[in-house]
Design a protein. Structure first.
Length: 224
């Protein structure tokens, strides 16, 4: 079977003990892309041109800088800074507003974010296709704990890729997400109720790590 992108990572990461398997996939994709930007890609003219145009967001710059190849980061930083230098001048108030708008636009883009997002769209489409064509994957999907809201939204957006199974796919997605958000609310409620002295001796159970897990559900996993 042919899909938009390899299925191995989807089958590997859609596990019952994960609050968002798509976040796990995104971390792996992101790590691979960062590795490329610190190695051969930095010497390619096309890559340097794209870095020149889009730059990096603060998060991805920090992630690149945290790795060993500082030379690659420095070379790309020079390229990007030279581009920004061309936009910093202003001779009057009108020109200052124009320069500010240009700089705001220039500094709101990130080449790594763009590439990661492109990959994750393809993964969302492939999840829908897998659901449509593989009954075993339907069971695997429904055994998970749902998704963070960002990735759930993406799966909804591309649910039409399930073709004739789109309606069933949406029904399973919505039920899965509703069930697991309700589970999280219950766990958080018990976390709160444990602060009542009358519940002091009762076990906290799965509510012990409910706050970091609701962080994943609401906002996705933290960047490495």
């Amino acid at each position: 079977m042919n899909y938009h992108i390899g299925t191995a990572l989807i089958l590997q990461e859609f596990k019952p003990d994960c609050e968002c398997p798509m976040c796990k996939i995104e971390k792996i994709v992101e790590e691979n892309i960062l590795f490329q930007f610190l190695n051969d890609a930095v010497m390619e003219d096309d890559t340097r041109a794209r870095v020149n145009k889009l730059g990096f967001c603060a998060e991805h710059f920090d992630m690149l800088f945290a790795r060993q190849n500082k030379l690659s980061v420095a070379l790309q930083a020079i390229t990007r800074t030279n581009t920004l230098k061309k936009e910093i001048g202003a001779k009057d108030a009108k020109g200052a507003k124009k320069a500010a708008a240009a700089l705001k636009k220039l500094t709101s883009t990130c080449i790594v974010c763009d590439i990661v997002n492109d990959h994750m769209v393809r993964y969302a489409k492939t999840v829908a296709q897998l659901y449509a064509k593989e009954s075993a994957f339907r069971e695997q999907l429904n055994s998970t704990k749902g998704f963070c809201m960002k990735h759930y939204s993406s799966l909804l957006e591309h649910s039409d890729c399930a073709g004739l199974k789109a309606k069933a796919y949406l029904a399973d997605l919505c039920k899965l997400q509703e069930t697991n958000l309700s589970r999280m609310v219950d766990e958080l409620q018990w976390f709160c109720d444990k602060h009542d002295y009358r519940n002091r001796e009762k076990p906290l159970g799965s509510s012990a790590d409910a706050l970091p897990r609701i962080r994943i559900k609401l906002y996705g996993e933290k960047k490495s």
